[in-house]
Design a binder for this molecule. Structure first.
Ligand code: NDP
Ligand code: 2IT
Length: 448
């Protein structure tokens, strides 16, 4: 649907012209602008302060060469990125994605989303994102280490505990963060909380590993509760089998649901008895193998090659936890036709605009990524606090703060949706609530 507000429609055209060949970034801006139309009408002061123009332009974009030597002595070159998008409410904060599909448009969409997500957490964090087109899959530990050291050699010039604090994302887990932290410490001769998602022996926070997936379920449970439902007894389809998917599966199961699928980029497994998470953890976290291996543990389960048919699986609730645009309009229609009444997003922007239209047409409960998956960065914020005071909190303490934050994020989305006459549209609620805090800060700080 075209934008009705002329000011935002014209600005979107400018954004499209200024950022050619970046469809994911344009998709993210279009969605946010669609939600912000009533805000632009109601708040001419923010229009006058140039907040909309400034918020779509990254404060700084860093692109750099990452040379490294593979195990055969061959020189390799990847491209590194860090987009420092917005520092109105705190130091730039956001993950690093290592995946062959990474290019400027992916990092910019993720950095843009991160601004609003971080604002929703209520913690003082600006928005940023980075990464590289390096593919950790099939690389030895030594190769991953040499890549991470080279990547950090350049990145270290731009980040710092009060400037920009990266973390994990697709392809970047505890191993990669450890290598990067070691290199930063060596280069700068300082031990600071410059990265989050660190190992527990050197400043990491308990519950950071679980945070995104647990947070997905805390938000979703709250959304279900507000609509007279709960996870109890529900059949859940989860995509992905990485950090977010694994801990979403664990928490959904603890809350009484039966999770019947998980996937990787090759295909998906269906286990009608409910996923055996110990087997998945062994395959993915320990052995770094493919999800197909699940059949070695459970021959009665079914493996299907390819990812998209996962959305044909009948379910009550779908939690996409793999990657952007993994649910298109057709997949969304299949979900709806098979009785799915709730889609809540663990991955960043997993639904295409057409899929989102289908959710609304079918009156499904829709939890948007920037609210639903904010638990990861929220606990990153708590890791920063612990590093600053040189203390570590217990698992229970961090987990209960996480839960509290997720409950409040749902509340903010719900209230903003009601205030703007869009009750039940949590996408609009998340975009509006996330935007307003950043916008007020940008206005107060003047034209910077
Ligand atoms: P991981 O690297 O741990 O896992 C990613 C999972 O998604 C893997 O199963 C992977 O399969 C699959 N996947 C990745 N890319 C594709 C693709 N192009 N097509 C199909 N499947 C794919 O990453 P995370 O679990 O950390 O991240 C998952 C999502 O959650 C991402 O969108 C990320 O941005 C988002 N997110 C992550 C947070 C975090 O704290 N880690 C916080 C908030 C959001 P394969 O192994 O075959 O590549
Ligand atoms: O998308 C995300 O929010 C993340 N990958 C986590 C970012 C962080 O800084 O913990």
């Amino acid at each position: 649907m075209a934008l009705q507000n002329k000011y935002l429609a014209d600005l979107l055209e400018t954004v499209k012209k200024r950022n050619p060949g970046e469809p994911e970034f344009i998709q993210a801006v279009t969605e946010v602008f669609t939600s912000l139309e009533p805000v632009a009408e109601k708040r001419p002061d923010l229009v006058e302060a140039g907040v909309f123009e400034r918020i779509v332009e990254p404060e700084r974009q860093i692109i750099f060469r990452v040379p490294w030597v593979d195990d055969n002595g061959v020189q390799r070159v990847n491209r590194g990125f860090r987009i420092e998008f917005n520092s109105a409410i705190g130091p730039y904060k956001g993950g690093l994605r290592l995946h062959p599909s990474v290019y400027l448009g992916i990092i910019k969409f993720l950095g843009f989303e991160q601004i609003f997500k971080n604002s929703l957490t209520t913690l003082p964090m600006g928005g940023g994102k980075g990464g590289s087109d390096f593919d950790p899959k099939g690389k030895s530990d030594g190769e991953v280490m040499r890549f991470c050291q080279s990547f950090m050699t350049e990145l270290s010039k731009h980040i710092g505990p009060n400037t920009d604090v990266p973390a994990g994302d697709i392809g970047t887990g505890a191993r990669e963060i450890g290598y990067m932290f070691g290199q930063y410490k060596r280069l700068r001769n300082e031990f600071t909380g410059v990265l989050t998602g660190k190992g527990l022996t050197f400043g990491g926070s308990l519950a950071r590993t679980e945070a995104t997936g647990f947070g997905v379920c805390y938000f979703t449970e709250e959304m279900l509760k507000a609509n007279g439902k709960s996870f109890k007894g529900q059949t859940v389809v989860i995509s992905g089998s990485g950090n977010v998917a694994i801990y979403a599966t664990q928490k959904a199961t603890e809350l009484g649901a039966k999770v019947v699928t998980m996937s990787d980029s090759n295909g998906f497994i269906y286990d009608e008895n409910g996923i055996d998470l110990a087997a998945v953890k062994q395959i993915k976290e320990v052995e770094r193998k493919r999800i197909k291996e699940y059949l070695n543990y459970h021959p009665e389960a079914v493996y299907t090659e390819g990812c998209s048919n996962i959305w044909n699986t009948p379910c009550d609730i779908a939690l996409p936890c793999a990657t952007q645009n993994e649910i298109d309009g057709e997949s969304a229609k299949k979900l709806a036709a098979n009785g799915c009444y709730c889609v809540s997003e663990g991955a960043n922007m997993p639904s295409t605009p057409e899929a989102i239209d289908v959710y609304f047409e079918n009156k499904m409960l829709y939890g948007p990524a920037k609210a639903v998956n904010a638990g990861g960065v929220a606990v990153s914020g708590l890791e920063m606090s612990q590093n600053s005071e040189r203390l570590s909190w217990t698992f229970e303490d961090v987990d209960s703060r996480l839960k509290n934050i997720m409950v409040n994020i749902f509340k903010s989305c719900d209230e903003a949706s009601k205030e703007y006459g869009l009750e039940g549209n949590y996408m609009a609620g998340a975009n509006i609530a996330g935007f307003l805090k950043v916008a007020e800060a940008m206005k107060a700080q003047g034209c910077v």
